[in-house]
Design a protein around this ligand. Structure first.
Ligand code: DC
Length: 229
């Protein structure tokens, strides 16, 4: 029987995880899963519902009741049937996602959903705790990092490309705050799993990062033989 493979990519904001994970999934024929989009969807719902972002109990209930669908091909994100692909990308939702993700109850609901998604096919999943908590047995674990200044620059370019220019200082500040919270929280903080490969993408192109991970996948899977897509 073909074996299902998990490629886990963790790292701070702006390290290039989404672009790399999406391309890698395309090359391998695996499902691409953006776990951060799930925390963003919960953050968005909490903001809209006016829930206090420090209320662990209500946020956990909300997360447990959220129907979140990630469409692999289109990368569309649906929350309770509504397309929230664009709505979850605002700086306000980034912060809300980081805040709601500190609570164990919220994380439990998201992790259960993430594990379910990987039951049917091989996946490339990116986030903060994929190699450390969600799939500690993942075949390939990458910790993707880059200089903070370069990460902020990439986020600026990304937003400018979408016609949403942002203030450089504000972007740097937002990323710093979020990374600090994500790294220091008690529940599943952003850490490099002991068996993860550290990749510093500061002076690498997207293609170079993708190729480096592909080489690793081939090495660890005997050239991809017997892998389920
Ligand atoms: O990857 P992202 O920037 O879209 O994630 C948004 C927030 O969600 C991030 O600041 C922390 C949280 N998150 C998490 O706690 N665990 C994950 N696996 C993915 C994201």
């Amino acid at each position: 029987m073909a074996k299902r493979i998990v490629v886990a990519i963790d790292g701070p904001a702006g390290a290039g995880k989404s672009t790399v994970a999406r391309r890698l999934a395309g090359r391998l024929g695996f499902l691409y899963i953006d776990s951060g989009a799930m925390y963003r969807a919960v953050g968005l719902w909490a903001l809209r519902a006016g829930i206090d972002l420090a209320d662990a109990h209500r946020l956990s209930q909300l997360a447990a009741g959220a129907a979140i669908q990630l469409e692999s091909g289109s990368s569309r994100v649906l929350l309770n049937g509504e397309d929230v692909t664009e709505a979850i990308r605002t700086p306000e939702v980034s912060q809300a996602a980081s805040r709601v993700s500190t609570f164990a109850g919220v994380r439990q609901a998201m992790v259960a959903g993430q594990r379910r998604m990987a039951e049917q096919s091989s996946v490339v999943m990116e986030g903060r705790d994929i190699g450390s908590v969600v799939f500690p047995e993942a075949e390939i674990k990458i910790f993707l990092d880059a200089d903070p200044a370069v990460r902020a620059e990439r986020r600026l370019l990304e937003n400018a490309g979408k016609g949403e220019p942002m203030d450089r200082a504000a972007v740097s500040r937002e990323m710093r705050q979020r990374d600090e919270r994500d790294r220091t929280r008690a529940e599943a903080p952003l850490v490099q799993a002991p068996d993860a490969v550290y990749l510093d993408s500061t002076s690498m192109t997207i293609d170079e990062v993708v190729e480096a991970i592909l080489r690793l996948v081939r090495e660890r899977t005997a050239n991809g033989e017997g892998i389920a897509t």
